[in-house]
Design a protein around this ligand. Sequence first.
Ligand SMILES: *[C@@H]1O[C@H](CO)[C@@H](O)[C@H](O)[C@H]1NC(C)=O
Ligand SMILES: *[C@@H]1O[C@H](CO)[C@@H](O)[C@H](O)[C@H]1NC(C)=O
Ligand SMILES: *[C@@H]1O[C@H](CO)[C@@H](O)[C@H](O)[C@H]1NC(C)=O
Ligand SMILES: *[C@@H]1O[C@H](CO)[C@@H](O)[C@H](O)[C@H]1NC(C)=O
Ligand SMILES: *[C@@H]1O[C@H](CO)[C@@H](O)[C@H](O)[C@H]1NC(C)=O
Ligand SMILES: *[C@@H]1O[C@H](CO)[C@@H](O)[C@H](O)[C@H]1NC(C)=O
Ligand SMILES: *[C@@H]1O[C@H](CO)[C@@H](O)[C@H](O)[C@H]1NC(C)=O
Ligand SMILES: *[C@@H]1O[C@H](CO)[C@@H](O)[C@H](O)[C@H]1NC(C)=O
Length: 376
Amino acid sequence: MGGSKAEEKPAGGGGGGEDWWCYQFGNKDALIVKSSKKSPLALRMVVFAMTMICGIFICTMCMKQLGSDSLSRIVKIEVAEQLCNKSAILHSEVHFVHYPQPITYSRSECKCTPVRFFAIISSQRSGSGWFETLLNSHMNVSSNGEIFSSKERRSNISSITKTLDKVYNLDWNSSASKNECTAAVGLKWMLNQWQSRISIPLILCLQGLVANHADIADYFNRRGVSAIFLFRRNLLRQLVSQLANNHDRYLKQLNGTHKAHVHTAYEASILARYKPRLNTTSLIRSLKQVDDYTHDALENLKSINHITIYYEDLIRNRTKLLDVLDFLKVPRSKLVSRHVKIHTKPLSEQIENWDEVYNALNGTQYESFLNADYRI
Ligand SMILES: *[C@@H]1O[C@H](CO)[C@@H](O)[C@H](O)[C@H]1NC(C)=O
Ligand SMILES: *[C@@H]1O[C@H](CO)[C@@H](O)[C@H](O)[C@H]1NC(C)=O
Ligand SMILES: *[C@@H]1O[C@H](CO)[C@@H](O)[C@H](O)[C@H]1NC(C)=O
Ligand SMILES: *[C@@H]1O[C@H](CO)[C@@H](O)[C@H](O)[C@H]1NC(C)=O
Ligand SMILES: *[C@@H]1O[C@H](CO)[C@@H](O)[C@H](O)[C@H]1NC(C)=O
Ligand SMILES: *[C@@H]1O[C@H](CO)[C@@H](O)[C@H](O)[C@H]1NC(C)=O
Ligand SMILES: *[C@@H]1O[C@H](CO)[C@@H](O)[C@H](O)[C@H]1NC(C)=O
Ligand SMILES: *[C@@H]1O[C@H](CO)[C@@H](O)[C@H](O)[C@H]1NC(C)=O
C-alpha cells in the first residue's frame, strides 16, 4: 500500500550537473572535481586545520551529549532494549537486531518487534527501482528510496550519518514508511550514476558512498546495518538503458514528462523506440572502467554483512527474492511491483550501430554481453 509510491521519485538526483564527483570516461581519465585547485602545502595546512577544528568540535559535542536530552534518550533506549526479551534471538544475530524509538510516533504494540537495518547498494539502471518496489510491497519492509540523491544530505559524513540515523530510527517520513510494525528499514544508495546526453564519453557520478566508503562501512558495521548489493551482469544492456533514460530526460517522450520507470507496456514501447549509437572507439575502455570501478567499490565495502544479487538472476528466477527476505529475516511473502520492463528486445534491435558494436566486442572479455539475452 504505502510502498508503491517511493519509487515514483525520479531515480537519482541525476538531473543536470549537480553532482560533485564525476569521472569522465572516454577521452581522459580525468577526475573532474568542481572545486578550486589548491597547492599540496596549502591543502596540508587546510587538512591540519580541519583536524584541529574537528577535534575541538568532537570534544564539545561529547560535553553536550552528556547534557540532559541525549542522556535521557540513551537511557530510554537502554531501558527499551532491556524490556524486550532478546533471549529468542541467536547470539550471532543480536548485533543486527534493533528496537528503535521514533521521536515522531510510538511503536506501541510493536515496540519489541525487532527491526533490521539495510541498504540497497546498486548502480543506475540495474533494476533497483523495480527491486525496491518489490521489497516495499512487503508489509514489514520499508525502503525509503534514493535519499542521498540530495546533495545536501551527502555533502559530508556528518550529514550522511545524521540522515542514516533518522532513517534507522524509523523517523524518516516517506511514501514508503510503514506502520509501527516495520521489521526491516532501509534506503537505496547508488554507487554511481552514469550521465551522458547522447553517447559515450560517459560521466560517472557518485552519491557520496565511494568518497566516504571507510566511514560508511564503519557506520554500517557499528550499527549492524546489512547491505544488499544489487548489480547487473550485462553492462552493455545497462549502458543502453542508461542512454535511453538520458535521452528521455531531455526529450520527455511521455506527454512531456520524463519517466525513469513505467507501468504499462505501451509506455515501455515508446521509451524503447530510441536506439542509441555507441562510440566503439571508447566502448571497451568505458566498460572496463565501469567494471573496475564497481569492483573497487565492492572491495571497499565487503566488510559489511551483505548479500549479492544480480538483476539478471532476479528476472530469470523470482524465488531469488525469497533469499533476500530470508536475509532480512522478514516472513516470506509474495512480492509485487507495477514496474514494466522497458527494454525487452534482443540487444541487436536496440543499438543503432549493432554491427560495429558487435565487431568491437567480439573476441574480447565483453563478448558475452553480446549474446547473453534473457527471456521475459
Ligand atoms: C569516440 O571516442 C573517441 C575517443 O574517446 C573520440 O576521439 C571520438 O571523437 C568519439 N567519436 C564520436 C563520434 O563521438
Ligand atoms: C524470554 O523468552 C523466553 C522464550 O523465548 C522465555 O523462556 C523467557 O522466560 C523469557 N524471559 C523473560 C524475562 O520474559
Ligand atoms: C555538513 O553539511 C551540512 C549540509 O550541507 C552543513 O550544514 C554542515 O555545516 C556541514 N558540516 C561540516 C562539519 O562540514
Ligand atoms: C508524513 O508526511 C505526510 C505528508 O507529508 C503527513 O501527512 C504525515 O502526517 C507525516 N507523518 C509523520 C509521522 O510525520
Ligand atoms: C508485520 O506487520 C504486521 C502488521 O502490521 C504485524 O502484525 C506483524 O507482527 C509484523 N511482522 C513482523 C515480523 O514484524
Ligand atoms: C498522454 O495523454 C493522453 C490524453 O491526455 C492520454 O490518452 C495518453 O494515454 C497519454 N499518454 C501517455 C504515454 O501517458
Ligand atoms: C531459483 O532460486 C532459488 C533460490 O535461490 C534456487 O533454490 C532455485 O534452484 C532456483 N531455480 C532455478 C530454476 O534456477
Ligand atoms: C567473431 O570473432 C571470431 C574470431 O574471433 C570470428 O570467427 C567470428 O566470425 C566473429 N563473428 C562475427 C559475427 O563477426
